[in-house]
Design a binder for this molecule. Structure first.
Ligand code: PPS
Length: 885
């Protein structure tokens, strides 16, 4: 019977063509895609669904021991004090090794809560702790308390002084080292540790003053997972227990513990050494320690690293009609959904399920399920709704916006026909296709058909790890990160849940799902219709999760409309507004939802990053003379320089715009080395990060000209462009402009001097690129011997064929520079704007700049020495340093 019904459905689907009259290639593609989706669904129909049976639908049994404070209005202290004005919101983490487990756990947690950190392996000299009169770190974390205790005297004194001066606390961990129970007195502290202990009945000390997110009062009954606990015993009032437990085993005569209540995490009030501490007797794999860790960070940093208590929750039910017959929601499931929505409202203020639909699949289930569909629609005003595409096709298969608009309009007509209120200006794309990597037609069609302003995806920047998912704003649409709750389309029955019910329960009770709520202020969860049929796993999961959260935390849960949610998100994380482009070809999942018409080989292999006035145009011109090297095509207004990575205006034109600037003769061409030159990249703060995100293995060319000559050349450039400051003030007046000078004077001073602070900018590039990716050229050599420079570049990028530029370039006595050889008598030189003729620099300006650049040049020479570049230090720098000596 199933097979016949499915056949009819399949046939109907294929006959659905009234809106597909005009046959274009796109439409054929879409039809093929739909066909494959439908065949998949048909296959699902043909298989035996007898296993999808109702037996015991799981029900949440979580009850708090103590009643949570009602109304979620209780707001515990955020620990803030005046001490936090003097410290940055960054954490210093001293790890055992780069790869140690606990060190990784600490870093992952900090990443998840978006706290900046600096990691240093134990044993290295401490980094600078202050800048000016400010402290660089608002908390210090030691993966191993022993590392702190046994630090060499000099570093220990330095660190302790920092902690006392800036009132900064230390979080540390003590781990069991050997598989044997023994006790040890800590050096310098009236503290004894007992290691390799088994404990049970863990509870928190309700009297501690560090609790903020954590709500003490519950007990984890029974033995804890491993035997590797460290417990503390102390003989001074500076120590207070943060938690209690009982020993699970009698350790007899080996360990003398009075009574059997032990302390697995303690707080040091700093009464002895003036430094507050929190010390854990186990790592962060124990879920409750993650919670205690958050409050410890908040407390020890005087609220600088405090997380808010509000948590915003949106539960999307994607594809509410898309699903194989036999796995869909029936009438009883819809009733259960409505009832659960009401119950959830007592835990999540203003809660609504948010239903996503593709109208094409309405009424395509079993007769019972079709009744379920109808009941959903009859109750449409009780839910929030958002549209997918009509046929649930993926946006990247649509070549242009109009075919997507056509498809979306059908879905809109469906919503109108059935009075489905779609009012939130929110949409989610099937399979995330088109949202990221961006498919421009999706954004266009969303605007046009639905006036979409908010979306969400799990693909930005990458699917994994989930803790790094972020939001971005593009073409007027705010895209928020999306989380999963551990349920996917195939999770229908609790007994078939991968890893068993225990696995799902562990995620709810302190594991992944609990932590997702904990770390993210905004949580948009993706679920699917089938998680609400069969065993209704989504209802079980969320009802359990919010109850568990309520037992153990003071978090306030609420649901607000997507537009407000986006507002909350980006006002909390304004830095995320600007998107970051990554190469879709480097991520399998991205590639799968990227248009098959797009090609991967139109990104540059080489970027000439500047700075300005160092000879970048000459290099650009000469590179283009090579038969296998090709630059981007020139653009209106900006000509050869794309400014993509340095200007928000161009970066926000999107990846397609950038990649389209590099033209192959045919898509299969492989013998072209693309390059780009934008001289403003070098001193731009965003450019290194953006370039490294998109083209991490790119090669970079940096040109260093004597900074004095570069500064003067820029001044002359400004004069040639009628810059008023340059016309009204001498070079000396510009470079010596102070805070009292006119803004135009200071602006020009900055453009003359700042890009010449070579070491400072170069350090930033080296944060993102390996030195082997960088070729440093001498700007003077470009003027005097460009064929030699071209040979260095060719070697650097290993391009074939090797071209001898001595045959292509010739010194032109009239231009006084090397020019392109056209014939024995003719050359083609760069335009009049390059190699200008201007008077020599005033002596006073020269002397001023000599002094000004001295320390920067010293810093540069040290940096270059460290890089150990094959390229020798530029001649001008050597001379300058010799003069200095
Ligand atoms: N072959 C050749 N022809 C002309 N000019 C040459 C050449 N090689 C190097 N130079 C030097 O390049 C300086 C201009 O640098 P840029 O091209 O980087 O300037 S810009 O930032 O793109 O405006 C330019 O600066 P000015 O001399 O101040 O005009 C030149 O000194």
């Amino acid at each position: 019977m199933y097979s016949r019904r499915c056949f009819v459905w399949l046939k109907n689907s294929l006959l659905w063509k009234s809106n597909f009259r005009k046959c274009s290639l796109t439409k054929i593609l879409i039809a093929l895609f739909s066909l494959s989706s439908l065949s998949f669904l048909a296959y699902q129909c043909l298989i035996d669904h007898s296993h999808v049976k109702r037996h015991e639908i799981p029900v949440s049994t979580i009850e708090c021991r103590l009643n949570p404070v009602s109304g979620g209005m209780f707001s515990p202290s955020d620990h803030s004090s005046s001490s936090n004005h003097r410290i940055d919101n960054k954490v210093l983490v001293i790890v055992e090794t780069q790869y140690s487990y606990l060190g990784q756990d600490i870093i992952h947690l900090l990443e998840a809560i978006r706290v900046k950190y600096k990691v240093e392996p134990n044993g290295k000299t401490l980094p600078y702790l202050t800048h000016g009169n400010k402290g660089k770190y608002s908390a210090i974390i030691f993966e191993n308390f022993d590392a702190y205790v046994n630090m060499d005297a000099w570093n220990r004194e330095l660190l302790d002084k920092y902690c006392r001066d800036f009132n900064v606390g230390i979080i540390s961990f003590v781990a069991s080292r050997d598989n044997i129970a023994y006790s040890k007195r800590m050096k310098d502290f009236p503290l004894t540790i007992y290691q390799y202990m088994a404990i049970e009945d863990y509870e928190l000390n309700p009297m501690s003053n560090i609790w903020r997110i954590t709500r003490p009062g519950e007990i984890i009954r029974g033995p804890l997972k491993d035997d590797e606990w460290v417990i503390f015993q102390f003989e001074h009032a500076t120590y207070k227990p943060l938690s209690y437990a009982k020993l699970s085993r009698n350790y007899g005569r080996y360990i003398d513990l009075s009574g059997n209540t032990v302390f697995p995490a303690i707080q040091d009030l700093g009464l002895l050494d003036g430094i507050q501490k929190v010390i854990f007797g186990n790592g962060l794999r124990f879920w409750l320690h993650c919670l205690v860790f958050l409050d410890s960070l908040s407390y020890l940093s005087h609220g600088k690293l405090s997380l808010p208590l509000d948590r915003y929750v949106l539960i999307d039910i994607d594809d509410v009609f898309v699903g194989a017959a036999g796995k869909r929601m029936k009438v009883s499931d819809v009733h259960a959904l409505l009832a659960a929505q009401n119950r959830l409202r007592s835990h999540i203020k203003g809660f609504y399920f948010n239903l996503g639909f593709s109208g094409k699949y309405y009424q395509k289930g079993t007769p019972e399920e079709n009744l379920g569909d109808r009941l959903l629609v009859a109750n449409s005003d009780k839910f929030w709704w958002f549209g997918h595409t009509w046929m649930h096709t993926q946006a990247h298969f649509h070549e242009n916006a109009s075919s997507l608009e056509e498809d979306m309009s059908l879905n809109k007509e469906f919503a109108q026909k059935y009075n489905i209120p779609v009012v939130n200006n929110y949409a989610v794309a099937p399979h995330h296709s088109g949202v990221y990597p961006v498919h421009e037609p999706l954004y266009e069609a969303w605007h046009k058909v639905w006036n979409i302003t908010v979306s969400s995806t799990e693909e930005y920047l990458h699917l994994r790890p989930a803790r790094r998912r972020r939001g971005f704003f593009y073409r007027g649409i705010k895209v928020l990160p999306r989380q999963t709750c551990g349920l996917y389309t195939h999770n229908l029955l609790i007994d078939k849940y991968p890893g068993g019910r225990e696995k799902l329960d562990a995620s709810i009770r302190g594991g992944e799902l609990f932590q997702t709520f904990l770390y993210n202020k905004v949580n948009i969860f993706m679920t699917h219709m089938c998680n609400y049929g069969s065993d209704r796993l989504a209802l079980y999961t969320f009802e359990s999760a919010v109850k568990f959260l309520q037992c153990w935390t003071n978090l306030h849960l609420q649901t607000i409309p997507p537009q407000d949610l986006a507002q909350v998100y980006f006002s909390s994380y304004p830095d995320e507004l600007n998107p970051i482009w990554v190469n879709p070809c480097r991520d399998k999942r991205h590639l799968a939802i990227w248009s098959p018409r797009k090609v991967c080989n139109t990104l540059p292999h080489l970027i000439v990053i500047g700075p300005q006035k160092t000879g970048t145009t000459a290099i650009y011109t000469f590179l283009n003379m090579h038969p296998s090297i090709r630059s981007n095509v020139k653009q209106p207004v900006i000509f050869e320089e794309l400014h993509f990575f340095s200007s928000d205006q161009y970066y926000n034109k999107g990846l397609d715009w950038y990649m389209n600037a590099f033209k192959l003769d045919n898509p299969n061409q492989t013998d072209i080395v693309f390059f780009e030159k934008t001289a403003a990249y070098f001193d731009n703060p965003m450019a290194p990060m953006r370039i490294a995100s998109l083209i991490p293995d790119v090669k970079l060319v940096l040109i260093l000209l004597d900074p004095i000559k570069r500064a003067y050349s820029w001044y002359q450039h400004a004069r040639a462009h009628q810059n008023p400051a340059s016309l009204n003030y001498t070079f000396y007046e510009i470079i010596t402009a102070g805070e009292g000078s006119h803004k135009i004077q200071r602006d020009l001073r900055n453009r003359c001097l700042n890009p010449s602070l070579y070491a400072q900018h170069l350090e930033r590039w080296l944060d993102y690129f390996h030195p082997s990716q960088l070729l440093i050229l001498d700007g003077q050599e470009i003027k005097e011997n460009p064929p030699l420079v071209m040979s260095k570049i060719q070697k650097f990028i290993e391009v074939k064929p090797y071209i001898d530029f001595r045959k292509l370039l010739r010194y032109d006595a009239k231009k006084k520079f090397y020019c392109q050889v056209l014939s024995t008598d003719n050359t083609k030189c760069l335009g009049p704007g390059k190699g200008r003729v201007y008077p020599p620099m005033e002596e006073s300006a020269y002397r001023f700049l000599k002094m000004f650049f001295r320390r920067h040049n010293v810093a540069l020479s040290k940096l270059l020495m460290k890089l150990n570049q094959a390229t020798p230090v530029p001649a001008w720098l050597k001379e300058d340093l010799q003069e200095t000596l």
